[in-house]
Design a protein around this ligand. Structure first.
Ligand SMILES: C[S@@+](CC[C@H](N)C(=O)[O-])C[C@H]1O[C@@H](n2cnc3c(N)ncnc32)[C@H](O)[C@@H]1O
Length: 285
């Protein structure tokens, strides 16, 4: 039996496997002490003394377990993000990829974008700002920018859209002045930008997509940065297959640099730009 003071090696391993199966997260050796502490913190919040009972809750209780997974995920995921995080990549989007998509979509004026692992929203809002700046008569377009994440607390923050200066650490002051309202020492995103983005809960590893009745389909672009670095290789393979299915032919996948280094990417066609590499779904596979 394990109590609040200790977690047996066997039970710790069982938790690690459970978490990896459920979320794809790789719990590295160096993170294991931290994991035990987080498990005990959750047990304390639930008034549970026996770690086996907490394991049972996560593993076998569909309704309460689902709620508890959401709580545990707020502890286990790294949600660090900031606006215009990778200037080089965003310049490629602004100057090459978006103009090409816009040109291709002149007839039906429908563009669908997903920020996968969007955390607190800085990434999808950065995409929205760029699109607002480069699409004339935006109101004539059917534009969807969807942010998805497994961390409900992060999604809640994203929906509220209020940020500390730390979220602007790579930004020229002009972005804040133009698209945010200063409230005390924080910045609230303007409604003209926030209304362009919607947020949904999604576990990239466990949940099925694309689905006929969900938003995650027929995408022109998936941006998934700084997410794969936390996932096990087998989980990355699963997610890449789903991304492939969720993209339209000629749709793009953009990740962090070298995040897909050892993956089989034969389904995608790599496109090389001086600032970055992007992957394109081919037309006829
Ligand atoms: C470091 S943040 C990246 C935020 C943003 N993409 C960026 O680059 O600034 C990683 C995000 O991935 C999310 N994440 C991790 N595993 C996930 C999964 N299985 N499904 C959905 N989101 C996941 C985390 O909750 C976290 O918000």
């Amino acid at each position: 039996m394990s109590n609040r003071e200790s977690l047996s090696a066997k039970l710790k391993q069982a938790f690690i496997e459970l978490i990896t199966n459920h979320t794809g997260l790789e719990i590295r050796e160096r993170d294991q002490a931290d994991l035990s502490e987080k498990i005990f913190a959750r047990m304390k919040a639930l008034n549970l003394d026996i770690a086996e009972n907490y394991y049972q809750l996560l593993a076998f209780s569909p309704i309460d377990g689902h709620l508890e997974w959401q709580n545990l995920m707020t502890q286990l995921t790294n949600t660090d993000s900031y606006f215009f995080r990778d200037r080089g990549q965003l310049n490629v989007l602004r100057n090459q990829i978006f103009p090409e998509i816009i040109q291709r979509k002149q007839n039906n004026k429908r563009i669908r974008i997903c920020s996968a692992g969007c955390s607190t929203g800085e990434e999808p809002y950065s995409l929205a700002i760029i699109l607002k700046e480069i699409i004339p008569a935006l109101e004539q377009w059917d534009l969807m920018i969807l942010g998805v994440d497994i961390n409900q607390a992060a999604l809640q923050k994203a929906k509220i859209g209020i940020y500390t200066p730390w979220s602007f650490r790579n930004n020229e002051p002009k972005t804040k002045q133009q698209y945010f309202k200063l409230i005390g020492s924080q910045y609230e995103i303007h409604q003209e930008i926030s209304k362009m983005v919607k947020f949904e809960y999604l576990n990239l590893v466990k949940d099925s997509f694309p689905q006929p009745c969900s938003d995650l389909k027929e995408l022109d672009l998936i941006v998934c940065r700084n997410v794969f670095i936390y996932l096990k290789e087998s989980a990355i393979t699963k997610v890449l297959n789903k991304f492939y299915q969720a993209l339209q032919p000629l749709g793009y996948l953009l990740t962090g640099h070298a995040e897909l280094f050892s993956q089989n990417l034969s389904l995608f066609h790599p496109k090389v730009f001086p600032e970055t590499l992007v992957y394109q779904r081919q037309v006829n596979i």
